[in-house]
Design a protein around this ligand. Structure first.
Ligand code: FES
Length: 106
């Protein structure tokens, strides 16, 4: 089966706030999008893998990591991995930038 992703235009690059999570909902799933200080744009599932399921878009961003606002787990915005000593992974999504436009691929 060929999986056909959804490619959603989520706005202009310049309008994405730096280091502040923005939430987009695709197919009832919340996705947190971050524009990093290095200029990259990253997208991850908006839910910490911790049982409390904190909303990652509300977390503090530092470099390529976000700290969950509830219990401070440090999660990579590049590969979704929770950093030691904690464990777990969140889904990551592809971002494409075309001219000024940012697309989220789900
Ligand atoms: S809810 Fe995110 S670390 Fe606990």
């Amino acid at each position: 089966m060929i999986y056909q992703g959804v490619r959603m235009n989520i706005g202009k690059y310049d309008q994405l706030p730096v280091q502040v999570g923005q939430v987009f909902v695709v197919d009832n799933e919340e996705i947190a999008v971050f524009r990093l200080s290095n200029g990259d744009v990253r997208a991850i599932e908006n839910k910490s893998p911790h049982p409390k399921g904190g909303r990652l878009a509300d977390g503090l961003v530092s470099g390529e990591f976000v700290y969950c606002p509830l219990y401070d787990w440090m999660i990579s915005l590049v590969d979704g991995k929770v950093q030691a000593p904690d464990r777990g992974i969140v889904k990551t999504y592809l971002i494409e930038i075309e001219g000024d436009n940012v697309f989220l691929i789900v």
